[in-house]
Every structure is written in structure tokens, then in C-alpha cells.
Ligand binder design. Structure first.
Ligand SMILES: C[S@@+](CC[C@H](N)C(=O)[O-])C[C@H]1O[C@@H](n2cnc3c(N)ncnc32)[C@H](O)[C@@H]1O
Length: 232
């Protein structure tokens, strides 16, 4: 195992707090993230660029529920997840034929996919967990066909007040009896969830060879949905 992968896994294990529990939580809350609004946007922006034999990549796929969902909606699709946290790989759901999960660190990915072989890429609440997303954006750009599309849904920067009120019990945060460990966990996660603004993501995409077609904020501005297209 490379030193970088070890560092990534250690960082993710800390960010996810309890890996097995977090993997289970990703399964329990999947339908909240990949909900009706998600599928409406996917069908509006992504399905129209599917080829006759669609290939979709899911960055940071966790236990792979998105791959299963894609296969349920489009029989015969090739759906490829990328993941490197061992507890996520162990918790992977049973995947139908045509679906697989590649064990790879997105900080410097080298996917076994030909240039232009992919129709669409999804990244659901992943980029904020990365030290830097540029190599992943460049690899997405390489794998996508010209006109292929990239759907990003992630945490974006929001004021501390909005974050605290949504994430926890405000009175407890300001109560002098609250354990320091709990406060540190909250403030560390605030910084991690606030890594990028929507404009930062748009800038990174523009500079990596994409044209942003659509973007919107949700949940009091704490999340962004962005659709980008590989420029020819
Ligand atoms: C918040 S979870 C979301 C999982 C899934 N996308 C979903 O919405 O159900 C983020 C996932 O991205 C993975 N991830 C984060 N950084 C990664 C990296 N550098 N390489 C590979 N996977 C990564 C994490 O291990 C985790 O499973």
C-alpha cells in the first residue's frame, strides 16, 4: 500500500468517525440524498447524453448503492464505482452484472478506462472529503467522451450559524458544560464540510476543461448541485 493511500484512509477514518457505523449510515440515508429531486435532475441533464450502451462512473461510491440504483433504472448499464475506505468496500452491496467497484484513491486516480469511454460521472458528497480534487477532475475529464457530463452534489461553504443550527443543538454548543471533545469534533467537521464554495467548484471545473451548465444551492445554502459538461 502506498503512503498516500495510507494517509487518505487514516484521514477518512477520522472524518467518518466510526467507519462501520458510517457505512451503515450511508445505506440508511441513501434515499435522502439520491431522492426524487436528484433523479429529476439526472434525467434532465445526464440521461440525454447516455450512449446506446451507457457507461457511468460514481466517484466515492461508498457501499455502491448508486450503482445498484443505476442498474435498476437502466438495465445493461455499465456502472463503475471508485472507493478506497476499507469499511466501505467491506460493506459493499451485492452488485448486478455490469457493475463493479474499483479500489482507488481519488487523490491521484488512474482508472482502467480508455480515454472518452465514459458517458457520465457522478460525485455525491465526495469532493469535500479530499485534500485536493484536481487529479480526480482531470481523470474524469480524460475518461469522459466529448459532451459527456459530470454531476456533483456536495457540501459547500455556509455561515457557522447556519451550520450549527442544522447540524446540532445550538444551546448545547454554547453550554459551558459541553465536553471539549464534542466541540472540537463539531468545529473540525465545520471546516471539512466548508472546504469549497459553489464558486470554488465552478472555478475548479472551468479550469479543468468543463463548462458548467447548471448549478443550484439547497438546504439553506449548505449544499450545491452542479452539472458540468466536458468541453470538446
Ligand atoms: C459521504 S460518503 C458518500 C458515499 C456515496 N457517494 C453516497 O452518497 O452514498 C463519501 C465517500 O467518498 C469516499 N472517498 C472520499 N475521499 C476519497 C478518495 N480520496 N478516494 C476514494 N474514495 C474517497 C469515502 O470513503 C466515502 O465512501
Amino acid at each position: 500500500m502506498t503512503e498516500r493511500l495510507q494517509q487518505t484512509q487514516a484521514m477518512l477514518a477520522r472524518h467518518h468517525r466510526d467507519g462501520e457505523r458510517f457505512a451503515a449510515q450511508m445505506k440508511e440515508t441513501f434515499a435522502d440524498r439520491v431522492n426524487e429531486l436528484f433523479w429529476a435532475e439526472w434525467d434532465r441533464w445526464i440521461t440525454p447524453v447516455y450512449s446506446a450502451a451507457p457507461v457511468v462512473v460514481d466517484l466515492g461510491t461508498g457501499p455502491g448503492l448508486f450503482l445498484q440504483a443505476l442498474a435498476g433504472r437502466t438495465p445493461g448499464i455499465r456502472a463503475i464505482g471508485v472507493e478506497c475506505a476499507p469499511y466501505m468496500l467491506q460493506a459493499a452491496v451485492e452488485l448486478p452484472a455490469g457493475c463493479e467497484i474499483l479500489s482507488e484513491d481519488l487523490h491521484d486516480p488512474h482508472l482502467p478506462l480508455a480515454d472518452g469511454a465514459v458517458d457520465a460521472v457522478n460525485a455525491s458528497v465526495v469532493l469535500h472529503e479530499m485534500h485536493q480534487p484536481l487529479r480526480a477532475l482531470q481523470e474524469v475529464h480524460r475518461c469522459l467522451k466529448p459532451g459527456g457530463r459530470f454531476y456533483i452534489h456536495d457540501w459547500v461553504r455556509a455561515p457557522l450559524e447556519v451550520y450549527i443550527r442544522a447540524q446540532t443543538e445550538e444551546a448545547r454548543v454554547f453550554d459551558g458544560a459541553t465536553p471539549v471533545d464534542e466541540l472540537e469534533d463539531l468545529f473540525i467537521h465545520f471546516v471539512e464540510h466548508n472546504r469549497f464554495s459553489r464558486d470554488d467548484l465552478v472555478y475548479l471545473l472551468n479550469m479543468s476543461g468543463f463548462a458548467v451548465l447548471h448549478s443550484a444551492l439547497s438546504k439553506e445554502g449548505r449544499f450545491a448541485r452542479i452539472v458540468a459538461e466536458k468541453r470538446i
